[in-house]
Design a protein around this ligand. Structure first.
Ligand SMILES: [Zn+2]
Length: 223
């Protein structure tokens, strides 16, 4: 007697046979396809020296530098270094430092070429260009170096803040990196000629503060 259980059993057996037949066919077919295929020969020439890849210097991304960073006077002055300062104050801007340096020090005006704001008296990260840079004048920011070389040859950049107590804001660091990228593109000033005031040869001061992140700054540059 054929009941539903035996039909199911029969169907299962047939399925197994079909599967086995399909496997055999595939096996034969694959043999037909690949048996006569020649194996590719791999040869090694130990005499051939493989040149190590040369990594050329990455090309700096073009940046749209602000027009007022560019020299207004074609003085032909050769800037060979950068000296970074902090103001040592909580707040300030170019005009405030200009007044201090004129009235307090009897200088011609603010001693720096650029002042980077911290959001107190100018926008956080705002780069102010002073008359020193516009007129390509000798600076008054890093005295005491042999032959006054730093004031004559180094671009003076002051970040507003006291980095013995705080750290520069990320906006200040971004602006400083962009400004140094510009100075590098124009004058070819290398990384090892970027100094903090206190590490400038011939200087002894804690400026630009114990917390100023010089290594981080150098890692942010595109050269
Ligand atoms: Zn300084």
């Amino acid at each position: 007697m054929i009941n539903s259980k035996s039909i199911a059993h029969l169907w299962q057996s047939l399925s197994s046979i079909k599967l086995a037949a399909a496997c055999i066919c595939l096996f034969i077919l694959s043999g037909c396809i690949y048996t006569d295929e020649p194996m590719p020969k791999i040869t090694y020439d130990y005499n051939t020296q493989v040149a190590s890849p040369k990594f050329s210097k990455p090309i700096p991304k073009p940046q749209n530098f602000p027009a007022d960073w560019k020299r207004h006077v074609k003085s032909g002055k050769k800037w060979t270094a950068i000296v970074i300062h902090h103001s040592g104050t909580k707040n300030g801007n170019s005009a405030i430092f200009d007044k201090w340096h004129r009235e307090g020090n009897h200088w011609e005006g603010v001693g720096y070429d650029f002042v980077i704001g911290n959001g107190t008296d100018s926008r956080d990260g705002k780069v102010e260009v002073t008359f020193r840079w516009r007129k390509q004048k000798t600076g008054a920011h890093c005295g005491g170096t042999p032959g006054n070389w730093a004031n004559r040859e180094a671009v003076g950049i002051c970040l507003v803040g006291n980095f013995n107590n705080t750290v520069p804001s990320s906006q200040q660091m971004q602006s400083l990196a962009a400004l140094i990228n510009f100075l590098h593109s124009d004058y070819g000033i290398p990384k090892n000629r970027i100094y903090g005031h206190g590490t400038t040869p011939g200087c002894n001061t804690d400026c630009p503060g114990r917390n100023f992140p010089m290594a981080k700054l150098k890692s942010m540059l595109n050269f």
